[in-house]
Design a protein around this ligand. Structure first.
Ligand SMILES: [Zn+2]
Ligand SMILES: [Zn+2]
Length: 413
């Protein structure tokens, strides 16, 4: 069996791993977003299947590139099929608005969208006589999967992105015992996140204070996962608050609620949606900013979407609360560090208080170590992180055979 790391090697972004074991399988094919988009290593030769862990663009954003030449099935979960299309189509829109070139044609995107073969969790699929594919719940965002490939009498587990700690949306990753080869995300290999329940309480306290003094709490949120989680937290812990939902978060919430079996508590989301006002018109947007309340809106990093326009419309008693990871070079990171955001090319000072709460959808350090201990693999490949080498070294120190592959590295395993 051969593994080639075509992206997410000692970095976060453009996840892409080529697994060759009789069949040639591409696990994820994402994009690295930043000041300019970066893509995985171009595909050499053909593949037999594309397997997608989840809908985030760093895992699927370059997938249509594969379909410029290939005509292969794409195995993923039911929600990911719909969410991946939503996010890729939105990224094309954003790229065009910025005057950037989209590296694939609409025809390839359509080919990709018609290639989906959705699989349920723990429903093994025989790719060939001796290659078997199983998707396991990764607990990261709705529909997110860990990919298990059984071939050549070896069990390979690719985590995609995962979270073990339960959240309002997910019960936590469905961990596997005894894996031969573990390819794991390492985003937070050196950090633990604060306990979720404490963060929720802090969030509610911040919002309550803001509303009581007459302000609006703006929660710029990732459309998939975070927006739905926040709606549930608000409906459970702050039911009296007026909550508005805007941007792509609305469509994502609709898709997520269409697949209740992928949620920990689908009723909680249904109830939260009933407690939420969807912003559909400019008049509603004005209403949302005219009285104390909460606005949940994409984009989570304030690059596009209505969230950025709200920044300029809030009264001076309002507050901005960021709950997600902020990539360097994004408006949200700049807002947090300097108070300045870029609105239509114009640097604009935002004078409102900004609060950051680390409500990560990724496993923290202790969770990653728990995963390693349980899987007890013969070989570990640490990817999707800024400290992969240090983490692999640390794992070696614990007696594991661990690697932090560089871009393009191939391993016979
Ligand atoms: Zn992700
Ligand atoms: Zn990722």
């Amino acid at each position: 069996m051969r593994l080639t790391f075509c992206g997410a090697a000692r970095e976060v972004g453009r996840s892409a791993i080529l697994l060759e074991a009789g069949k040639r399988l591409m696990l994820d094919y994402g994009v690295k977003l930043g000041a300019r988009s970066e893509y995985p290593m171009p595909l050499q030769g053909s593949i037999d299947a594309y397997i997608l862990s989840h809908a985030h663009l760093d895992h699927c954003g370059s997938a249509p590139l594969l379909y410029e030449t290939a005509n292969v099935p794409c195995f993923t979960t039911y929600p990911t099929e719909a969410l991946s299309s939503l996010l890729i189509r939105d990224s094309m829109k954003v790229a065009r608005m910025r005057g950037e070139q989209v590296p694939f044609s609409s025809f390839s995107l359509k080919k990709y969208e018609s290639a989906f073969i959705p699989l349920g969790f723990r429903k093994p699929f025989q790719l060939s006589g001796d290659v078997r594919l199983t998707l396991l719940d990764a607990g990261h965002i709705p529909g997110s999967a860990m990919v298990e490939v059984y071939a050549e009498h070896k069990r390979v587990l690719y985590t995609g992105d995962l979270k073990l700690e339960p959240t309002r949306l997910h019960a936590g990753a469905d961990l596997e015992e005894k894996v031969d080869i573990l390819i794991m995300e390492s985003t937070y290999s050196d950090t633990d996140h604060p306990e979720r329940s404490k963060l929720e309480k802090q969030l509610v306290k911040e919002i309550r204070e803001t509303i009581e003094q007459g302000g609006i709490a703006l929660l710029p949120s990732f459309a998939v996962g975070r927006s739905q989680e926040l709606l549930i937290v608000l409906s459970e812990l702050l039911p009296e608050a007026e909550v508005w939902l805007d941007g792509m978060s609305k469509t994502a919430t609709q898709i997520v609620s269409d697949y209740p079996s992928y949620l920990r508590d689908a009723n909680a989301l249904r109830k939260a949606i009933r407690n939420t006002d969807m912003v559909e018109t400019e008049a509603q947007r004005r209403k949302a900013t005219s009285a104390p309340g909460v606005i949940v809106s994409s984009a989570g990093m304030l690059d596009g979407g209505p969230a950025i326009s709200y920044l300029l419309r809030l009264n001076e008693l309002s507050k901005i609360i960021l709950t997600g990871y902020q990539i360097e070079g994004t408006n949200a990171r700049s807002l947090l560090e300097t108070g300045i955001v870029n609105v239509d090319g114009i640097p604009t000072q935002i004078k409102l208080p900004v609060k950051y709460l680390d409500m990560s959808a990724h496993a923290g350090r202790s969770e990653l170590l728990k995963l390693v201990k349980k899987a007890n693999p013969e070989k570990i490949f640490c990817i999707h992180g800024d400290a992969c080498e240090a983490f692999a070294q640390e794992l070696c120190g614990m007696g594991y055979e661990a690697y932090a592959p560089a871009m393009g590295n191939t391993f016979e395993v």
